[in-house]
Design a protein. Structure first.
Length: 235
């Protein structure tokens, strides 16, 4: 009798796993055509500032604590990905930014979760700024926590992430409370924070009330990430 019960339980578990796997496969629908982008060129022209050049590289700091979480070498900011329990942030401390255009490129190790944080405060990056998610999620459907999203608040139209190990580009425009995001050349998000007068997602503050100026920071969420060609044009 016990053997029959055990076999029945095992059969049920296998069936549930199979159904969930099939549902996920159908949801992702890999047989359907998907848009594919390529990283955009480094911007040039009047007003653009390279935040990783010789003058600006020393301005990047761990703004969370005294841990060594990144290095800048050969024009790349490498986040080691050692922060497994405490989230940490590499922030540009040279100045704050209000309205701006931002270009950056990144590549990720497998299963890496990171983020580009904008208008953050040094002592409170998550609650006082907002995040454009960086994630190893190539081939998955777009989501409110996926590549190009305004994390847990606004979903991109497409998931344009390239596979782990390949370079991606973000081109982000922030003007007053308007935020637009291009991923690998595709505009995937254009949203107005001024309309978000109530808390959305996991955040207790309404995004309409966030500061309109702050630092730029990159998140260490426990996975390796490389950033290069971080250019900004204050507006």
């Amino acid at each position: 009798m016990k053997k029959v019960v055990v076999l029945s339980v095992l059969f049920t578990l296998v069936s549930v796993i199979a159904v969930l796997g099939a549902a996920r496969y159908v949801k992702q629908a890999p047989w359907k055509p998907r848009p594919e982008g390529t990283p955009t060129p480094t911007p040039s022209g009047e007003g653009w500032v390279n935040l990783l050049d010789e003058a600006n590289s020393p301005q990047w700091k761990n703004i969370t604590d005294d841990s060594e979480i990144f290095e800048i070498k050969d024009g790349e900011l490498h986040i080691f990905g050692r922060s497994l329990t405490t989230l940490r942030y590499a922030g540009y401390t040279g100045r704050t930014f209000g309205n701006f255009d931002l270009h950056l490129e990144f590549r990720l190790a497998r299963r890496t979760n990171s983020g580009v944080f904008l208008r953050v405060r040094e002592n409170d990056p998550v609650r006082r700024g907002f995040e454009v998610q960086v994630l190893d999620d190539h081939g998955r459907p777009p989501s409110m926590t996926g590549t190009g999203s305004l994390y847990d608040v606004a979903c991109p139209m497409f998931n344009m992430a390239r596979p782990a190990g390949e370079w991606n580009s973000y081109d982000i425009s922030v003007q007053d409370r308007r935020v637009a995001v291009h991923v690998n050349g595709w505009k995937v998000l254009d949203t107005d924070l001024a309309q978000m007068t109530m808390p959305i997602g996991k955040f207790p503050l309404a995004f309409a009330e966030l500061p309109i100026e702050g630092m730029i920071a990159l998140q260490d969420h426990g996975g390796e990430a490389w950033f290069r060609n971080i250019w900004i044009r204050p507006l």
